[in-house]
Structures are given as structure tokens and as C-alpha cells.
Design a protein around this ligand. Structure first.
Ligand SMILES: Nc1ncnc2c1ncn2[C@@H]1O[C@H](COP(=O)(O)OP(=O)(O)O)[C@@H](O)[C@H]1O
Ligand SMILES: [Mg+2]
Length: 328
């Protein structure tokens, strides 16, 4: 089985945050999968009706893979989506597909689809300038969460504690860029500083862990220093995560759930979820191995190597020692 990863950095300049790429490459090798990493800029597309192999890498034709895995996250550009669409036209399986990536890049669009499907989401409004502060107060109340439409790792998310700080931040945004696409969202107070991340694959919930803010802030993202611990996958958690993934047509996803007293609200879906935090705390969970197992089944490409799946566990992560198992 052959695959391509589309990733923004060069293989030679892999940075430490590219934990996922390193893990995928080493597990692929162990599983006899030929996995190559390309940057979007290395591709050229030629759209014709005759030539089906109309995709070039570094200006040349390349043997086509069995699957393509874009790992660009919220940094997915129009260019990358165009490459993916071309790859899909050639009949190659993409995880995830271009359509779903485009939908989840837009936090409002994905919330609209989930709400339409009657799933629990925080009440959300699209900002327009000048902002009607009274309407926001009546609809969402304060504190209120302000987010950029597209963003990840917590960088575009702000908590306006009071009406005054909300007015100030919206004035600032308006003066910087009146056309900025922002959403305002009900603050789910019971979830302050923590949330759940569920990793789904092919309609299954593979693992769940709780993230807690490392700095006393309201955001729980692992990438901004949050603490992680495994969390029991109760049926409600599994249903919300798998339904969200299925509705958004994500074969692999990281679903963020907010604690809402005894229940949950769906915060967002990520189409190229990191798994460093997950593997550091969920002992025995090996995401690349699960992924390749799924791909072999999904594509009907069984391993030439015998017994690839009596699980060989993930190499212990340094943070594993600190983690404790928490019951849901
Ligand atoms: N409506 C909300 N109520 C409470 N906490 C929230 C809310 N929205 C986001 N958060 C917190 O902020 C974090 C980042 O928000 P999220 O929408 O997931 O953005 P990102 O795409 O940057 O991860 C979440 O993981 C959660 O801890
Ligand atoms: Mg998030």
C-alpha cells in the first residue's frame, strides 16, 4: 500500500511539533506501507478531459498512491483543496475528503450543519459591524466567546468577560478589519478551562481524553500547554462524536466536546487532529497503527506482512508517566 501525506513543511525541516508526521512515517515503515510527504507547492495540476494522470510532482509524473492524507489543519489553502479535488477525481481515496475539510475549516458552517441535524451546539452568532451589543447581551449574555471563523490551537479564540470588554474587543476588530469573519458564542461555563477531545476513525471512537488549561485560562488546547488525561468513553460521548463525524463525512476526526453539567455540547470538529497529547496519556493507543488498519480494510489492501495487528504498543511517551486514569 502506498500513501502521500500533504504537509506544509519539507521533510528535511520537520520541526518538533511534527510529532504526528514522524509517528506516521515510522509506523508506516513497520507496516510495510510506502508513505511519502509532499508540500502543496510541489504539485502542479493539469486539467484536461483526456489525461487521467494529470497531476505532477516537482514537474514530473509520479506513480499514484492508494490514499492521500492531507495534514494541513486550519492552514488548508485554496491551493491544497484544489490538489485534493484533483486527486479525488483520479479515484484516489483521501482522508479526509476536500469537501469535509472545507466545511470544518469554517466554524460557523459546521455548527450550522450540526444544529440542523439537531445535535447540541453552543448558541452561535455571526458578527457584523457595527455590533449590536444589546442583541448579543439578550441572545448570548456575558461572558461571551469571540472566535475567528477559521483557526486552530486556540489562537483565534477570546473570552470577553463583560459587556465592556466585549465592546472594546469588537471595536478593536472593527478598526483593524471591518470585513473580518468572526463568530460570537454562548460561553459554556461548566467547561471553563477544560474540554474533551474524542478521536474518531471510520465511525468509531478510538480514544477520549480530557484536556485542562495549563495556565488558568479558559482554553483547554493541548498545543497551548494544556494537561491531558484519559477519559472513559460513555455512550453519550461516543454517540455525539461519531454522529458529528458521520454528518460531516469525516473518516478521521478530532471532536471537541464542552462539559455542560451532566451533558455535552459540540465545540468543533478537526479534520487533521493531532495525537501527541492523546498518545502521551492513553496507554496502548497507537493512532497510526489504527489508521493503517482502517485504511487496509477500507481499501481492501491487506498486509503482505503477517500478523500486523496483535497490537505492538506505542513507544512510551515521556508524559505518559505523569498521567492517571480518570473515570468518566
Ligand atoms: N463556547 C465555549 N464555551 C466554553 N469554552 C469554550 C467555548 N468555545 C471554545 N472554548 C474553549 O476554547 C478552546 C478552543 O476553542 P475551539 O473553538 O476549539 O478553537 P480551536 O480551533 O482554536 O481549537 C476549546 O478547546 C475550549 O476549551
Ligand atoms: Mg479546538
Amino acid at each position: 500500500m502506498k500513501g502521500w501525506i500533504i504537509y506544509r513543511k519539507d521533510l528535511t525541516q520537520l520541526s518538533p511539533e511534527a510529532y504526528e508526521i514522524h509517528r506516521l512515517l515510522s509506523e508506516a515503515e513497520a507496516d510495510g506501507i510506502k508513505l511519502e510527504v509532499f508540500r502543496p507547492e510541489q504539485f502542479d495540476l493539469i486539467v484536461t478531459r483526456e489525461d487521467e494522470k494529470s497531476i505532477l510532482i516537482n514537474g514530473e509524473k509520479h506513480e499514484l498512491p492508494d490514499f492521500v492524507m492531507p495534514r494541513m489543519g486550519a492552514g488548508t489553502t485554496y491551493f491544497t483543496l484544489a490538489i485534493l479535488r484533483q486527486i479525488e477525481r483520479l479515484g484516489i481515496y483521501t482522508i479526509n475528503n476536500s469537501n469535509s475539510i472545507e466545511i470544518v475549516k469554517d466554524k460557523l458552517f459546521s455548527q450550522q450543519i450540526l444544529a440542523q441535524n439537531n445535535l447540541p451546539v453552543p448558541k452561535t452568532m455571526l458578527a457584523k459591524f457595527p455590533v449590536d451589543v444589546g442583541l448579543v447581551e439578550r441572545t448570548l449574555g456575558f461572558p461571551v466567546v469571540v472566535k475567528t471563523i477559521s483557526g486552530s490551537q486556540g489562537s483565534g479564540v477570546f473570552l470577553a468577560e463583560t459587556k465592556r470588554s466585549f465592546r472594546d474587543v469588537m471595536d478593536l476588530i472593527e478598526s483593524t478589519n471591518r470585513n473580518a469573519n468572526m463568530i460570537m458564542q454562548e460561553f459554556i461555563a461548566p467547561s471553563k478551562g477544560m474540554d474533551l477531545r474524542v478521536f474518531t476513525l471510520g465511525g468509531r471512537a478510538i480514544a477520549c481524553f480530557r484536556r485542562r488549561s495549563g495556565d488558568g485560562g479558559f482554553k483547554a488546547n493541548f498545543s497551548s500547554g494544556g494537561k491531558v488525561e484519559p477519559y472513559k468513553i460513555a455512550p453519550e460521548i461516543e454517540w455525539l462524536a461519531t454522529q458529528t463525524s458521520n454528518i460531516l463525512n469525516l473518516d478521521m476526526a478530532g471532536i471537541d466536546l464542552l462539559f455542560d453539567n451532566d451533558h455535552f455540547k459540540i465545540c468543533e470538529a478537526n479534520s487533521s487532529p493531532g495525537f501527541e497529547g492523546l498518545e502521551s496519556c492513553c496507554e496502548g493507543v497507537n493512532i497510526p497503527q489504527e489508521l493503517f488498519h482502517f485504511l487496509r480494510i477500507r481499501l481492501g489492501k491487506f498486509s503482505e506482512i503477517e500478523h500486523p495487528h496483535p497490537h505492538h504498543p506505542t513507544p512510551p511517551h515521556p508524559k505518559a508517566l505523569q498521567s492517571q486514569l480518570t473515570e468518566g
